[in-house]
Design a protein around this ligand. Structure first.
Ligand SMILES: CC(C)(COP(=O)(O)OP(=O)(O)OC[C@H]1O[C@@H](n2cnc3c(N)ncnc32)[C@H](O)[C@@H]1OP(=O)(O)O)[C@@H](O)C(=O)NCCC(=O)NCCS
Length: 111
């Protein structure tokens, strides 16, 4: 799988937009200058007609490669409440519960 990766330095950190070459999947990742050991992941999305073929799993691997290549220790992401299959999807991919608030679960994975 090939990706187009946009990397943008902004005043507060660095933002990556990772898009599969065919446009079917995308995800965003960012680090804050104040917290360079944590990669925050958001917006993981696969086009409806291309789901359940492993694309999201491949993109999460790409995120891990990005973290390792940039000496980032952990990946964090939020999952909406109430708990759904998406929460278990991340747990099966090595993410762990870290915290929660009224709206979200916070998950973490150390790489
Ligand atoms: C979540 C999402 C990115 C998954 O993408 P995907 O390419 O279909 O994911 P994969 O094919 O890599 O893996 C799918 C896994 O989830 C499971 N799954 C997928 N849809 C499911 C459903 N509706 N109900 C239960 N399990 C489901 C599959 O069985 C598979 O399980 P596995 O761990 O045994 O392999 C995609 O469904 C999506 O874009 N959803 C809308 C946006 C969203 O919710 N993003 C998450 C933000 S936290």
């Amino acid at each position: 799988m090939k990706f187009v990766i946009h990397k943008n330095k902004v005043s507060w950190g660095t933002v990556w937009h990772i898009i599969t070459n065919d446009g079917m999947g995308c995800v965003q990742a960012q680090i804050d200058n104040d917290n360079p050991n944590t990669l925050f992941v958001s917006g993981l999305s696969v086009y409806e007609g291309a789901r359940r073929r492993g694309l999201a799993t491949i993109m999460l691997h790409e995120i891990e490669t990005l973290a390792i290549d940039n000496d980032i220790e952990r990946i964090r992401l939020n999952v909406d409440k109430p708990k759904s299959w998406v929460y278990d999807f991340y747990i099966r991919r090595g993410y762990e519960f870290w915290d929660e608030d009224e709206d979200d679960y916070y998950l973490v994975k150390y790489v």
